[in-house]
Design a protein around this ligand. Structure first.
Ligand code: GDP
Ligand code: IMO
Ligand code: MG
Length: 430
């Protein structure tokens, strides 16, 4: 029985949601293992659009167990609203189909406030975050002062945990010119949602290990992308969690041996939201065209995504750090009609060739991409569901990417719709 991890292999928004939803037919459990509602995953099923942030993309299909793992940071008020929105679209969400790990850290209102206050303070600190409190909550987790789901069950523990957090946060807020936290208000807000959240709480590590023993298939759903990883991303312009495939195990409580196939989701060009280096970024008509054809606006913040050519050098690197077994190449249709396409095959730094993105920020800034040009195609690939539907030149582009990133293509996606997907290798049948 194969378990599959889905991870973003660029700067997020590669189309993970669509692919997780498509693959979920073959899975029994779909588990989020990091990130929070900074993620925005769009699914389109028979024309109906679902926008998911905190909920695993498996909920839409029904009849599957969706899991929010301990590696996630969870805003309970946001979750309640998201459940309502998705239920209103006709999706059933019950404690039988949704489970939240008891040891999941909670994002509280002051985490969002701190995130936004820092971002607004001065340009040196600006990361271009989603402002949803992700970073401050992960800081509190590592700082051992976060409130976790299980703490909601006991009034005395909850107060103790909150007071521990407040000592730290009130000191910090004084420095930023923010009012002290209204302790009783936060406690009341927490008490109000406790029962609703606790109905989904479970020892996820135990449930998943039992499922594995029973031969059930787990689909681990990553958020963000490897270049936003806290260790391997373009630091400090990253998110505050490990995003790469290794996190799937610690983010739910299974061993690394539980992972059989790592599917890297790769957009056929490159996008990025927020600040930070982006070697193949285009600020010309080609970049504009990619953004328009690809509808490159953030699902979470509505911000315009920066666009650029495909960077094979970066994806080869992220396939290595996540141990990618095969990729899903998405949004190939967006490239229809380009006369010529460029692929970055490496960088030049101070007159030397490089086959990876260096770690030092000043070096990253000085790297210039080395491009290879490839002829485009004029035919439409939109909605293609088999290789036979693809123009020869589009196949050449896909094959060249495989060669350059040193990793095979397992799936190709040709529209936002669930079924507009070409299956080359089934990740679950490995
Ligand atoms: P995620 O964060 O990785 O799940 O990706 P997002 O949902 O934020 O962004 C991907 C966008 O592209 C969504 O609007 C999808 O509906 C859309 N999309 C996914 N796959 C394809 C595809 O193959 N072609 C086109 N044109 N759009 C796609
Ligand atoms: P999905 O799952 C794209 C980016 C933000 C910012 C940086 C830090 O939809 O691919 P944060 O709020 O996490 O502290 O912001 O990370 N970012 C994303 N970019 N897709 C995402 O998620 C992202 N989640 C965070 O824009 O640059
Ligand atoms: Mg997204």
């Amino acid at each position: 029985m194969a378990n599959v991890v889905v991870v973003g292999a660029q700067w997020g928004d590669e189309g993970k949601g669509k692919i997780v939803d498509w693959l979920s037919e073959r899975a029994d459990v779909i588990a989020r293992f990091q990130g929070g509602h900074n993620a925005g995953h769009t699914l389109v099923v028979d024309g109906e659009v679902y926008k998911l942030h905190a909920l695993p993309s498996g909920v839409v299909r029904g009849g599957k167990l969706s899991v929010i793992g301990n590696g996630v940071v969870l805003d309970p008020w946001h979750l309640i609203k998201e459940i309502e929105t998705i239920r209103a679209q006709g999706v059933s969400i019950t404690p039988e189909t949704l489970m939240i790990a008891e040891n999941t850290p909670l994002i509280l209102p002051f985490h969002g406030e701190l995130d936004r206050a820092r971002e607004n303070q001065n340009s040196v600190a600006k990361i271009g975050t989603t402002g949803r409190g992700i970073g401050p909550c992960y800081e509190d987790k590592v700082g051992r002062r976060v409130i976790r789901v299980a703490d909601l069950a006991d009034a005395a523990t909850l107060e103790l945990r909150l007071d521990r957090a407040l000592v730290h946060h009130d000191a910090l807020r004084r420095g930023l010119g923010l009012e002290p936290i209204k302790r009783d208000e936060v406690l009341a807000q927490l008490r109000e949602i406790s029962a609703e959240i606790l109905q989904y709480a479970a020892p996820v590590w135990k449930v998943l290990n039992e499922k594995r023993k029973a031969g059930k298939r787990i689909l681990f759903e990553g958020a963000q992308g490897a270049l936003l990883d806290i260790d391997f991303g373009t630091y400090p312009f990253v998110t505050s969690s490990n995003v790469i495939a290794g996190q799937a195990a610690t983010g739910v409580g299974v061993g690394p041996g539980a992972i059989d196939f790592v599917l890297g989701i790769v957009k056929a060009y490159t996008t990025r939201v927020g600040e930070g280096p982006f070697p193949t970024e285009l600020d010309d008509a080609d970049g504009q065209r990619l953004g328009e054809r690809g509808h490159e606006f953030g699902t979470t913040t509505g911000r315009k995504r920066r666009c650029g050519w495909f960077d094979a050098c970066l994806v080869r690197q992220t396939c290595a750090t996540s141990g990618v077994s095969g990729i899903s190449l998405t949004k190939l249709d967006v490239l229809d009609g380009f006369e010529t396409l460029k692929i970055c095959v490496g960088y030049e730094l101070d007159g030397k060739s490089l086959d990876y993105l260096p770690t030092a920020a000043d070096e990253q800034a000085r790297c210039t991409p080395v491009y290879e040009e490839i002829e485009g195609w004029s035919e439409s690939t939109e909605g293609a569901r088999s290789w036979a539907d693809l123009p020869a030149q589009a196949i050449k582009y896909v094959r060249r990417i495989e060669e350059l990133i040193e990793c095979p293509v397992a799936l190709v996606s040709t529209s936002p719709e669930r079924e507009d997907t070409i299956l080359v290798t089934d990740p679950f049948s490995d």
